[in-house]
Design a protein around this ligand. Structure first.
Ligand SMILES: NC(=O)c1ccc[n+]([C@@H]2O[C@H](COP(=O)([O-])OP(=O)(O)OC[C@H]3O[C@@H](n4cnc5c(N)ncnc54)[C@H](OP(=O)(O)O)[C@@H]3O)[C@@H](O)[C@H]2O)c1
Length: 276
């Protein structure tokens, strides 16, 4: 029997938390998919999936840690099968732009028979405030293996707006939205926007991949996270995503937020230190 709740897998994460807020504001019941949820959901423990899906009508699906990893597409296929068995037909998948693993995951969703929508997203602005880039920003010295490469950073608020729209309105079934921000920025330019918005001095240095990995090891990051970050900078940020798309406009009928808007909206929280 189809339920009424929407399972937000990764409901405590960068986009999931924002999608949950929007659905609740819309009066829709939400179940937060988390290892600490009730019931718990763990990508590493398939025995948790059926109970987390039971009684739900739809799910926003964010895979962790990243669809670029080799096992991700098979996990998405298995999740979609479990969802359909539970009567959860409506699946909205958060996908990545450029990684072959993400495209395999999209194909797995499309082949599953679910009523699917795919959000193929560029890098989130929020990686600078809610992820591994926050620490070097606070230290005032960001060193990345990215020199002239430019990325059309998308605001997680826009991703959440599109996901919520898709979960509210069935006209988005079968659609694939490629979501980018409205402007290509280098990492140095992105850091400059954050420095301006927070009133701080933050240096940016482009380093080679070997020096970058050595720096992460010295900072004590776990090996699997270092490998993931290395993969993202070589596979995703390789120049093939250096173009803008109109997915936010297609889905919502309005333009996407600019990175400077994200920086201005985020700085007053104090997360980057001094704010004007
Ligand atoms: N970040 C980007 O720029 C970006 C861009 C495009 C696509 N994507 C895709 O988005 C997905 C999520 O990436 P993200 O960076 O945005 O991460 P995120 O959603 O912020 O990740 C944190 C979330 O993952 C959950 N989580 C961690 N380990 C889990 C596990 N074993 N089982 C279930 N949930 C787990 C956490 O929940 P608990 O800790 O509460 O369990 C939390 O809700 C990835 O598949 C990635 O490919 C990301």
């Amino acid at each position: 029997m189809t339920g009424t709740e929407t399972l937000i897998v990764g409901g405590t994460g960068k986009t999931g938390r924002r999608v949950a807020e929007r659905l609740m504001a819309h009066g829709m019941p939400v179940r937060v998919g988390s290892r600490n949820g009730t019931p718990p959901f763990d990508w590493e423990d398939r025995a948790t999936w059926s109970a987390a899906l039971a009684g739900t009508r739809a799910s926003y699906v964010t895979y962790y840690p990243d669809l670029a990893l080799p096992d991700a597409a098979e996990a998405i296929a298995a999740f979609a099968d479990t969802a359909l068995l539970a009567g959860t037909r409506r699946l909205v998948l958060l996908s990545g732009r450029g990684e072959p693993g993400a495209q395999r995951a999209e194909q797995a969703l499309q082949a599953s028979g679910a009523d699917g929508t795919i959000l193929r997203c560029s890098w989130f602005g929020q990686n600078f405030s809610e992820s591994f880039l926050l620490e070097p920003i606070l230290a005032g010295d960001v060193a990345l293996p990215a020199d002239r490469i430019r990325e059309p950073f998308v605001d997680a608020e826009d991703v959440a707006d599109v996901a919520a729209a898709a979960l509210v309105d069935d006209s988005h079934i079968g659609r694939l939205y490629e979501l980018t921000g409205p402007r290509l920025l280098s990492f140095a330019e992105a850091i400059a926007e954050i420095a301006k918005a927070s009133g701080r001095t933050i240096n940016y240095r482009a380093v080679d991949a070997t020096a970058f990995v050595a720096g992460l090891e010295a900072a004590g990051l776990p090996g699997d996270l270092i490998e993931l970050v290395r993969l993202l900078f070589t596979e995703v940020l390789d120049g093939s995503n250096e173009y803008l798309t109109h997915g936010v406009f297609e889905a919502l009928g309005r333009p996407p937020r600019d990175f400077a808007d994200y920086a201005r909206a985020t700085a007053p929280s104090g997360i980057w230190g001094t704010s004007k």
